[in-house]
Design a protein around this ligand. Structure first.
Ligand SMILES: Cc1cc2nc3c(=O)[nH]c(=O)nc-3n(C[C@H](O)[C@H](O)[C@H](O)COP(=O)(O)O)c2cc1C
Length: 354
């Protein structure tokens, strides 16, 4: 067992990535119970829901788990002209596609980060991880006082250094292959498209804290390769999306094994921030002219009714089908079995290399 895994209190150097909207308490608990680190993607959850989910995870396992948040300003002032343009385009699209819903003005564009942070502290997971920005030194102190391990997401050496200097316990390096939203904060996500095989050794030599590898890792061989390049653990997202415990929409799970890698692109038109997923009908319709639409999290809130309706109607072609570049390798196995299989593959790959 690596010293990093020991520090986290886990058996395997394997982290199930936080995936806001797709990581149920059952998924997190199953991964942790199997000896990995399950992570709750809590970015879209209100404070009470974070506490409730943590209680449910603890009902499923006594092992360590992580909670992840998106670091956003508490108060947002969107460009209302861009909001109006987005509503018009989205409503027209839903009408054309026969979806019986329209956009609404949400009471809030996203949960308030400071309230979510307070709930995370109260929930007291073993690990807290953060995307989209640094947290404050006071917040780092608050987490450490509670014995919570702090992990920051980085997509460049400069971002990894910033987390290390802030006092993070580990940094998760997200290569350009990674599915969904990455944590870029010093650069636009589109401007830090560095592949994991290039970024990982660069970060490993630049910082002294443990490095976690993320992006395109789908099996135990990939985990071993990441370790050879300097990672203390691997974080897999898309690999866990196909598990029955993930709450990804059925149409999306069905599409995963057939994803052609050349169609996995970065998309801004669902959320207002570049995220990796499948180029489908929605993307073809909405990505042209995306510069005139609002930024994250405003566009994300505006597209929520459409995404919900598309999921209910089984319309994968209108859903945000987030996934990493190697999505076709996803396996539809219960999460605990997937953890065991990944570790078997990891051990056989290590033996094969002698
Ligand atoms: C559906 C989906 C949702 C994601 N949501 C989050 C999130 O809430 N917070 C976060 O830090 N990363 C999120 N990510 C990125 C993962 O942390 C991780 O970097 C990525 O899944 C690794 O690439 P892979 O999907 O190829 O394994 C998400 C990824 C996916 C696929």
């Amino acid at each position: 067992m690596s010293s990093f895994a020991r520090r986290l209190g886990i058996e395997h150097p394997l982290i199930q990535a936080p995936m806001a909207g797709s990581t149920s308490a059952a998924l997190v608990a199953a991964v942790s119970a199997a000896g990995g680190l399950g992570s709750l993607g809590a970015g879209y959850l209100e404070p009470q829901a974070i506490l409730d989910q943590a209680t449910q995870i603890r009902a499923g396992t006594s092992r360590p788990f992580a909670i992840n948040l998106f670091v956003l300003p508490d108060d947002l002032e969107p460009d209302m002209a861009a909001v109006a343009r987005a509503r018009e385009r989205l409503d027209a699209l839903m009408e054309r596609e026969g979806l019986d819903v329209r956009t609404t003005m949400p009471a809030r564009w996203a949960p308030r980060f400071s309230d979510q942070f307070a709930a995370l502290c109260e929930a007291r997971p073993a690990v807290a991880s953060f995307a989209f920005d640094l947290i404050s030194p006071t917040q780092v102190h608050e987490l450490k006082q509670r014995g919570i391990v702090v992990v920051g997401n980085a997509t460049s050496v400069a971002e990894a250094r910033a987390w290390a200097e802030l006092g993070a316990d580990a940094v998760c390096v997200q290569g350009a292959e990674a599915g969904g939203h990455r944590g870029s904060f010093l650069h636009a996500p589109e401007e830090s498209m560095i592949g994991l095989f290039a970024l990982l050794p660069l970060v490993a030599r630049a910082v002294e804290i443990p490095v976690i590898a993320a992006g395109g890792i789908m099996d135990g061989r990939g985990m071993l390769a990441a370790e050879v390049l300097g990672a203390s653990a691997s974080q897999l997202g898309t690999a866990f999306l196909a598990c029955p415990e993930s709450t990804a929409a059925a149409a999306w799970k069905r599409d995963l094994p057939n994803v052609e890698e050349h169609r996995v692109v970065t998309i801004r038109s669902f959320s207002g921030r570049a995220a990796r997923g499948l180029r489908n009908h929605y993307v073809a319709m909405m990505e042209p002219g995306v510069d005139a639409l609002p930024l994250y999290p405003v566009l994300n809130a505006l597209t929520a009714p459409l995404r919900r309706a598309a999921a209910q109607a089984g319309r994968g072609d209108l859903l945000s089908e987030w996934c990493g570049q190697a999505a076709a390798m996803a396996r539809n196995l219960p999460a605990g079995e997937l953890v065991a299989l990944l570790m078997d593959e990891y051990d056989s790959a290590a033996r094969a290399l002698g």
